[in-house]
Every structure is written in C-alpha cells, then in structure tokens.
Design a protein around this ligand. Structure first.
Ligand code: NAD
Length: 522
C-alpha cells in the first residue's frame, strides 16, 4: 500500500523536492484493514499548496461504501470490546513504535499535501504520537471505583466502550488530530470511522496502514473520505454513538447541534483568536522570538497560533523590532533547507487572508509589514503570503473580529493590565492566551481573571501535553467545554460508566415480608 502513496516506507524521500513526490494517484479508502479504490465518480482534487500541481484525487465515498465502513466497525466491535485492555495496550505499543519508524514518511506526506515545513510537520506527528504514548497508560486510566456501601454490599464502577465512534478532522494538523482520536477511541474498546480533511488525507492513510501493521483487527479503524455528504452520513447514522470534531465554527456548531439532536455524544473543538498581553517588565528578547515563532510558524494555520498582540504601555515601541525579526523568516517550499514557513492551504485561503489585510488598511489600521505579493523564486505558483503585521488595530475592525488563519499578526494598544484583560475577555473566542511578564503577581492576576481555557505564562503556544487535556473555552469549543480531547476527559468521552451494586450476604433471608421503602444503606 505504501507504494500507492508515492511515498516509500523509509525516509528515502526526504530531503526531497516537491517534483519527486508528485505522482498523481487516487487516494483509496480503508475498510476491513484494506485499502480500497472507491467506486465513486465524484472526486475532490488535492493540490500541493507550494506549486498548485495536482497530487491526488480524494474520493467522495458512496453511500454504500459509507455503510460498509459502519458494518465493518459494528462487526469488529463485538470482539474488540471483549479483548482485554492489556491486549489492546500491546497493540498500542506496537503502533507507537511504528509511528516512530515512519515519522519522516508521515511528515513528508504532511509537507507535500498541507504545505508546512518538514521540521514543523515532524512536530505535528510528535504531538499526535504523544497521545498514542499516553494512551498506553489506559490500564491505569480505565480503572473503576469500588466502595463497601453497607454491610455485605459493595458498589463498583466499570468503564465500558460506547460502540462505533467517528472522527471528523481539519486540514491543519493532518497527523496530530487523527492521533487525538485513534489511540483514545480504540484503547477504550471502541471501533472508529475517521474522516480526514479532504484537503490532506495522506498522513491519515499512512496511519491506517500502521494500525493494520500494529495488529489492530480488521474493522477497528476505518477511514472514509469526502466533505459535507460524508459528515451528514456520520451525523445521521444511528450506529455511530459519538462524534469527535476539530475544525472551524461554521462546520463545528452545525455538527455539534445535528449530532447532539440525533442523540450522539459530540466533542467539538472550534476556531480561535489567541491573544498575548505584553507587559513592559517582560524579557523582551524572549518575547520577540516567542511571538514571531507563534504568529508565523505553520503560516499561522494553527488553532493555537498567537495571532493577536495586546501591547501594554510602552511595549508598543517594540513593534518595529518585531517587524525586523519577522522579516528575517524564510518563506519557501516546506522541503527546502532553512524554510521557516510554507504556503497557506489554498488559493481561496490566500485570497481570503489578503482580503482581511486589505480590510484593515481600509478601516485605518497600519500595515507595518506587508507580506502580500511575495513569491519564492523556485515556487512561483504557490499560495504565498509572507509574514504580515498590522498595527493600530481596534476591536471593531474586521481583521480583529475574524479568525485570519494565516501569517498575519494584529496588534492593539492598551495602557494597563486591567485594560488588556478586559479586552481579551470581551473576545468571543477563548482557546489560548499568553502573558509575557517577569512579575509573578501580574501573571497570577492574569491567570485568575482571564477567560481563555489555555494560558501560557511566557509560553506562546500553551497546548497541553496528553497527560492533561485540550481545554479551549467560550466559542472555541462547543457544548460549553463539557467534553475535551485526550487526557482523563478523553477517556471519559469514549467510555460510559456502568455502576454495579452487589450484596453478598452470608446469612439466610428469614423475613417473609418485602421491604418497600427506598433503601438507605444504613
Ligand atoms: P473546517 O471546519 O473547514 O473543516 C473541518 C472538517 O469539517 C473537515 O473534515 C471538513 O470536511 C468538514 N466540513 C467543513 N465544512 C463543513 C460543513 N459546512 N458541513 C459539514 N462538514 C464540513 O476546518 P479547517 O479549515 O479544515 O480547519 C481550520 C479550522 O480548524 C480553524 O478554524 C482552526 O482554528 C480550527 N482548529 C481548531 C482546533 C482546536 O483544537 N480548537 C485545532 C485545529 C484546528
């Protein structure tokens, strides 16, 4: 199957050029542990964002194929749920080691299809791999509770799998987000239908191959493709008990309400507008490097990208220096030596981002660094935008209100920490936030009062490691954040509790009269 991807099973494709990896083929889907060519006539063309050359065609699976994936997962659930957690843990250990062995290959697929630099793509894989590693601790995490509630009577809880579950993934982390779902859903005994983004399913297909090699029985992990139609199928299929979604607000709010209305558990991580408050007492050099990396890394296409600076007091004087550093970043094809950021995902995305920059200009903001019109010599046809900094922004401007999801940093000025906190809390999103300060009390005040769900103190991208959970807030998560990805809440999401109360009395029942009052256990 590896050859079908135009990617060898070793790292020999890297370092490499885009040309070598570009072998057009149709992406297969994955069912019963096999790669299958779709019978569909509808395909979604996938282009290399650095060249806009066609790389593959992603099928819109037919209804029959989608039903076959569900049937496969339903059949597999009967025996998979009966396996011991130690058995599943052994398979997960193998999966983890295979991801490590195929790390470069996964990253190369991400760079080719998504555009981020190879080094950044390796980070994408790593942050997912860590979730798989943490899932190996499931025997500990799946333990129930027991209490002797009365004489000869005990109550104990078991964590049981839900059944067939589904995941709908975004384009920006083609390995990490599937790996937020595959390990936790399966180690808990569920079977999974995963829909990668139709814009870059390659990494998910390699992961599918690795699940098969790791020893997952057929039907435990299935990969289907497509856009809205596949999503609607997932939302309406009664056999699917839970849906994990990561992506934008438009799709996510719809998926949350339709999935919930159909009686499914839904966890949905949505869009963001992550702010950093910059205090004059911070370590300036550390701040400058941190923000340049977090605003422009991955071409700003991270849900935790630091896209909004709130410059407190005289720190607004630092913006020219910030622009100087941003200017030194190399924008280039992701496989190129020294590339700091690659292209954005599509020509439409480039156009949308440029439109937001133009709107800022029209609304009276200052374009301090303008990345429009940039093209690296070797890749004239890619979706390029170089780092862009917009200053003198106000909260009423469109560039502030919308998630830009590109290499664009917007900067606002305030006079005090209180004003910074009020401004950030007035924003409807609440994914991540950062403060740069050397003062413990200032950081502590900020930590207590700020409403975002993930706070960095001198840390620009505070994405929690998998022994914690991804805890966005407000409009950045559907359902008020009741279900979050990975960590203990992730285990909760993919399991339901069964609570058993048992009486083991050594004495014979002697009374002939039934006790009809509600038991008090006294
Ligand atoms: P997207 O919402 O466009 O797509 C996500 C998934 O939903 C895809 O699989 C797509 O096929 C499907 N989809 C898209 N529109 C749909 C619709 N109208 N109906 C049904 N299904 C639909 O998101 P994207 O552009 O792939 O990813 C970028 C977004 O994801 C950004 O907003 C980013 O902030 C967000 N994101 C959030 C997190 C987080 O953890 N909060 C992480 C990564 C990305």
């Amino acid at each position: 199957a590896a050859a079908a991807y135009g990617l060898s099973s070793t790292a020999t494709n890297f370092p490499n050029t885009h040309e070598k990896l570009q072998q057009a083929y149709d992406t297969p889907w994955f069912v019963n542990n096999q790669f299958v060519k779709s019978a569909t006539t509808q395909f979604i063309d996938l282009h290399d964002p650095a060249t806009n050359e066609l790389i593959t065609r992603v099928p819109q699976n037919t209804d029959e194929e989608l039903k076959a994936a569900v049937a496969s997962a339903e059949k597999a659930f009967e025996s998979w749920r009966a396996t011991s957690v130690l058995h599943r843990q052994q398979i997960m250990f193998k999966f983890v080691s295979l991801i490590r062995e195929n790390w470069d290959r996964l990253a190369a697929s991400i760079t080719l299809e998504q555009g981020k630099t190879f080094a950044d793509a390796k980070g994408d894989v790593l942050r997912g791999l860590q979730v798989a590693e943490a899932a190996c601790g499931a025997p500990e995490l799946l333990k129930g509770e027991v209490l002797e509630v009365a004489k000869d009577m005990e109550t104990r809880t078991y964590r049981e799998p839900l059944g067939v579950v589904a995941a709908i993934c975004p384009f920006n982390f083609p390995a990490m987000i599937p790996l937020w779902c595959i390990p936790v859903a399966t180690i808990t005994g569920n079977t999974l239908i995963l829909k990668p983004s139709e814009r870059d399913p390659g990494a998910a297909m390699i992961l599918a191959e690795l699940t098969q090699k790791a020893g997952f029985p057929e039907g435990v992990v299935n990969i289907v493709h497509g856009a809205h139609r596949t999503v609607n199928f997932i939302l309406d299929e009664p056999a699917i008990k839970a849906v994990s979604f990561v992506g934008g607000n438009k799709a996510g709010e719809y998926i949350f309400s339709r999935g919930s209305a159909n009686g499914k558990r839904v966890q949905a991580n949505l869009g963001a507008k992550n702010h950093a408050a910059v205090l004059p007492d911070c370590n300036k050099n550390q701040f400058l490097n941190a923000v340049v990396g977090a605003a422009f890394g991955a071409a700003g296409q991270r849900c935790m990208a630091l896209s909004t600076l709130v410059m407190v007091g005289e720190t607004k004087e630092w913006l020219l220096e910030l622009a100087e550093r941003a200017k030194t970043l190399q924008v280039n094809g992701g496989f190129e030596e020294g590339a700091d950021l690659g292209p954005v995902i599509s020509p439409q995305s480039k156009e949308r981002i440029e439109g937001l920059i133009a709107s800022a200009e029209a609304e009276g903001a200052t374009i301090l660094l303008d990345g429009r019109g940039f093209k690296p010599a070797k890749y004239p046809n890619g979706n390029w935008i170089a780092p862009t900094i917009i200053s003198n922004v106000t909260p009423q401007m469109k560039c502030y209100k919308e998630e830009i999801f590109g290499p664009v940093l917007v900067c606002l000025n305030v006079d005090t920490l209180d004003e910074a906190i009020d401004l950030i809390n007035s924003n409807e999103y609440g994914n991540g936030v950062a403060i740069f300060t050397r003062s413990g009390p200032t950081a502590e005040t900020f930590r207590r009062r700020i409403e975002a769900g993930q706070v960095g103190i001198n840390v620009p991208i505070p994405v929690p490691l998998p022994m914690f959970s991804f805890t966005g807030n407000k409009k950045s998560i559907a359902g008020g954040g009741a279900s979050t990805f990975y960590g203990k809440p992730g285990i909760n999401f993919y399991t339901q509790l069964k609570t058993v109360t048992a009486m083991w009395s050594g004495e014979d029942a002697i009374s002939k009269k039934a006790d009809v009052a509600m038991p008090t256990h006294s």
